[in-house]
Design a protein around this ligand. Structure first.
Ligand code: DSN
Length: 429
């Protein structure tokens, strides 16, 4: 079996080496800081701590309590809110917790369509289906690349859901929450925002501020624009103790038993680093997305929302119909070291054959790239997809560009560790 362990290590090494020499552009991915990674492999990984700090079902949790209290304090500070729960172990689990707390099976719940960029949580085969709630879809405004505010108010007044979800996985522009908030109040619905993609931008003051714009509850994963571990979080601003109680009991024991203490500890580090570096990182992430969009647009790519400035987030969307379609293009890009994902774009009908690719700048920003690097990346896209340069030569150029950017920035101990950090045991078994 030692050979099996060697093979496993080699596969992970090969993966790490591949990403080290590539340009990762997946909008939902990021890199952990060295200190966060250290806590991921600590003894916290081996322990149980069900319940809340000071109210556990296991002994030996004093330091876990200390860390979780710090994590909660940091979350409330970073997001300027009165309620936080760091027990959901992923974004989808956080979404399930909100649905369990605030919607009964069969109830209508407002949301966006998948084709308009909604997360699969809203699908009948996702969290909505699991809870058995009925989606009430908001209309899309293609001119603004977000939901249509007036149409959404109309739909909400007709269906009168008690829970209304806002937020997308193809999230280019803020949602018109302030225009919708009076309708939520009128019908007595709780506004809920899935901030998974834009959590770090919200924290850094770069996108929108949902808790000040009319929603009461935020759910999110913590590893996209917030460069933390793969984990989940609930946040809220409410004076209703019943709402807090429902969310907490949905988080535990509703949708988790143990809440993955090592990732909770790493999240605390990510939140502390957010306080110190988050605003600068969020700002550069958005600037880089806009620069990448501009670079692609001027080279003839069909970047969505050109008349709106392409994006106000970390994400851009490119229709690749004339380049061969999203699926073929994403595959060719990955072969050339430009790693992204095919994506449904508004107007697409086939999830298996979407016309677009989604590009994001969280990771390239995290390794210190700036606007000139974005233009160089756009040039590589042009070389590969318009000028017919070979996959091999583009891949070599991508690796050369990346070679100057292999350490993590915007954190304590910046530059001290990056892709090779997995080597905890140098020798093979
Ligand atoms: N899978 C994530 C994304 O890529 O948007 C959402 O969970």
């Amino acid at each position: 079996m030692a050979g099996t362990v060697r093979s496993l290590r080699n596969a992970v090494r090969a993966h790490s080496a591949r990403f080290e020499s590539a340009i990762p552009l997946i909008a939902s991915e990021n890199l952990l800081s060295p200190y966060a990674k250290e806590l991921m492999v600590s003894d916290f990984h081996s322990r149980y701590a069900e319940g809340k700090p000071g109210e556990r079902y296991y002994e030996g949790n004093e330091q876990v309590d200390e860390v979780e209290r710090m994590c909660l304090d940091l979350a409330r500070r970073v997001f300027r809110c009165s309620f936080a729960d760091v027990r959901p172990i992923s974004g989808t689990v956080a979404n399930l917790a909100v649905l369990k707390a605030l919607a009964e099976p069969g109830a209508p719940v407002g949301t966006s369509r998948l084709a308009d960029g909604a997360h699969i949580s809203s699908a009948s085969f996702g969290a909505f289906g699991l809870r058995g709630v009925k989606p009430v879809y908001y209309p899309w405004d293609p001119a603004k690349m977000t939901i249509d505010a007036a149409g959404t108010c109309k739909v909400l007044k007709e269906a009168r859901p008690k829970l209304a979800l806002f937020g997308l996985s193809l999230f280019l522009f803020p949602m018109p929450l302030q225009e919708i908030a009076p309708t939520l109040e009128e019908i007595g619905a709780v506004g809920w925002y899935d901030a998974a993609h834009v959590l770090g931008l919200i924290a850094g003051g770069e996108f929108q501020d949902p808790l000040r714009e009319g929603v009461s509850v935020i759910s999110a994963s913590t590893h996209k624009t917030l460069p933390g571990p793969q984990h989940g979080i609930l946040l809220g601003e409410t004076k209703d103790p019943d709402l807090v109680k429902k969310l907490e009991s949905a988080a535990f024991p509703g949708v988790t038993s143990n809440h993955h203490l090592h990732t909770m500890a790493a999240l605390a580090v990510a939140l502390a680093e957010q306080v110190a570096f988050g605003a600068a990182y969020a700002h550069q992430t958005v600037r880089n997305a806009q620069a990448l969009a501009e670079g692609l647009h001027k080279r003839g790519f069909d970047v969505l929302a050109a008349d709106l400035g392409f994006t106000r987030s970390h994400t851009i969307a490119v229709r690749m119909a004339k380049e061969g379609g999203g699926e073929a293009v994403a595959k060719k890009m990955a072969d050339a070291g430009l790693i992204a994902n095919k994506n449904l774009l508004p107007g697409d009908t086939s999830p298996k054959h979407p016309s677009g690719v989604r590009l994001g700048t969280p990771e390239v920003t995290r390794v210190g790239m700036t606007e000139p690097d974005m233009d160089r990346i756009a040039e590589l896209f042009d070389d590969l997809l318009h000028k017919g340069r070979s996959v091999e030569t583009v891949k070599a150029d991508a690796a050369r560009l990346k070679a100057d950017h292999t350490t993590i920035q915007y954190c304590f101990a910046a530059g001290e560790a990056a892709y090779r950090y997995y080597e905890l045991v140098g020798r093979d078994p």
